[in-house]
Design a protein around this ligand. Structure first.
Ligand code: NI
Length: 149
């Protein structure tokens, strides 16, 4: 495993739409291992591909004892609403209040390509939304602005 450099705003890589992962090989596994290590080292709760310069639909989330690796994640169901503060390893020294669904269901693949589904609520649901936004070039403060309009 190796630590990867974290890309910071306003690097244009953070604004690109990521491509689907189609090859589930050892390289993908090593990449996800590196992402987990990099996230932990930076004391984050999530990390998405573009944040380490990889424009692929991959992300990791870790909240307390809960850890998950997303490959090609899609939010398929949401319920309710929550308000809360967010920050991002790629946007140092900034935080904002962001409205998110209270509960989300995500279809995704694991590192072997197996189709999976997960449902989460509260802070973990917020982290899922934040990381999946990264795969479409969206940063948390974009949504904070929307909320104020
Ligand atoms: Ni982020």
């Amino acid at each position: 495993m190796a630590l990867r450099d974290i890309v910071t705003d306003p690097n244009p890589t953070l604004r690109k739409k990521c491509r689907q992962v189609e090859v589930f090989d050892e390289k993908l596994g090593r990449l996800l291992d590196d992402m987990r290590e990099t996230m932990r080292h930076a004391d984050g709760v999530g990390l998405a591909g573009p944040q380490i310069g990889i424009l692929r639909r991959i992300a990791v989330v870790e909240v307390d004892d809960f850890y998950i690796e997303f490959v090609n994640p899609v939010i398929v169901k949401t319920k309710g609403e929550q308000d809360g503060g967010e920050a991002c390893l790629s946007v140092p020294e900034k935080s904002a209040n962001v409205k998110r669904p209270y509960k989300v269901t995500v279809d995704y693949q694991d590192r072997t390509g197996k189709a999976m589904t997960v449902t989460a609520e509260g802070f973990i649901a917020r982290a899922f939304c934040h990381e999946i936004d990264h795969l479409d070039g969206i940063l948390f403060y974009d949504r904070a602005k929307e909320g104020r309009e």
